[in-house]
Each structure stands twice: as structure tokens, then as C-alpha cells.
Design a binder for this molecule. Sequence first.
Ligand SMILES: [Zn+2]
Ligand SMILES: [Zn+2]
Length: 271
Amino acid sequence: MTDTPGVPGGGRRSSDALPPAHSWFAIEWHANGIMRIWEPHVSRLLRANIFLVKGRDRDLVVDAGMGIVSLRDFLRPFTDKPITHLVTHSHVDHVGSSHEFGDDLLMHTAEAAMLRNPPDDWRLSFEEYPEDKRRRLQAAGFDTTGLLIAALPHEGFDYRNWRVPGVAPTRLVDEGDVVDLGDRRFEVMHTPGHSPGSISLWEPASGTLIGGDAIYDGLLIDTLPDSDRSAYCVTMERLRSVPATVVHGGHRESFGASKLKKLCDDYLSTF
Ligand SMILES: [Zn+2]
Ligand SMILES: [Zn+2]
């Protein structure tokens, strides 16, 4: 989860009033065969990034959005190889379509249970959120009224029926493991703090860091029930020293080396 206090939740009470979306996903190609994908009609709070990384033998899909629309179907024109799916952590905005990639699904052991059995309180209407969860978001400055989508993925879509199906990982990964796409190798970094099983991917050959919710250019969240601020500090010290030239975060736009250091320093300076 993220981010940006004050962004309206939509203020709508019914999906009847929502316009249909022309296109559910937005994309942006980066260097080194990496495509950033996001869901512009999802509220800023849960509008997370998905990354497609092109490899010689396999393609890699990092995170899976909300699962409101099939990610696998959307990606079909962009990939003709077997897909490895890596989940940076098991929050709702990153695992919605993970069940579509269950044949080769990698994640950290600390959050595998949540991926198998997603919480029942993940809903598309703030009115259906449990009171304590809603209060916590309000305290952080978020508008928790209305719906979490501003358009319908297709005519007749009923937000009340949306649920995230559980799925089991096929491989549990941890610090130092490698995700091998044939011609490119990503090293797994265990980067807890935002959540206990948060992982990042580091490709030394291209200077690419894919950070999940450990790092992005926005307000970082360390106040969730399973957040750990001292672990987050260790993570930030580590990320600060990664010689990355490009960072693809869990939310918002990608950025470069100086922003990476600034975001880490800004976080560490609050202690
Ligand atoms: Zn997130
Ligand atoms: Zn998160």
C-alpha cells in the first residue's frame, strides 16, 4: 500500500455512476526491455506498478496489480515466452492477478501464507473496509469515502463481487537467490520494513533495481500492523549503497541514482 494523503477515494457510492474505462492498464517502456504497467483508474492509494522484464529464455512479471482485469490476457501481445512471476510482497495492490501465474511463482516465505489465503476484507469500497483499517487510513490523512476505482473495467462490472483468489508460490526465495531469465540475472534482496517479506531485485549488469514497496518516490508506509521501522532503517542503509542507475519502485514513476540516495536519506533522517 501507499501513499499520498488527501487523494480522494472517489466520493462515489455506487458503481452505476462510473464511466467505462477505455483501457484498464497504462504502460511505459524503459531501457533494458522493461515495461512499467499501472492501473490509472484505481485510487492513488492502491495504484501499484507491475513490471514486465524481457529475457532470452523467460520473461519476468514482477507484481500483479489489483486483479480487476486479467493481467495475463493483457500481457499476451507483449510476451511469447514462459513467464516467471515474482511477488515483491503480498499486499492487495501487488497480488490481484498473481493466481494467473501460479505455474512459476516466486516470493519470500514470510508472506506466503497471506498469498495462499488473502484477507477477506480486501474490497473495492471503503464502506466495506473494517472500521479499524479505515480509521488507520484516515489517521494517515487518506480520504476513505466512496470506491477505490474511478471507472468500470467493463459494462456490468459489480465491484461488490471482486475478490482476490489465493495462490500458492512454487518457489520461496530469500536474500542472495537468483532469478535467471537466460541472458539476465536478478539477485534477490530481502528488504523488510514495509512488510516482513518484502523483496527487491537487483540486476548488476544493467544497474537496475526493482524495489517493490521498500522504495518508491512517494510517502513510504511503515505504520501497517506488520511494518517494522527498525528493519526498514537497515533496508534503507542497504538500498542507499546499491549502485543503481535506474530504480523501478512499487508505486509512482521510476527514478535514478540521486533520487534513490535522497529517498533513503530522507527516511533515515526521521529517526
Ligand atoms: Zn503497494
Ligand atoms: Zn505494500
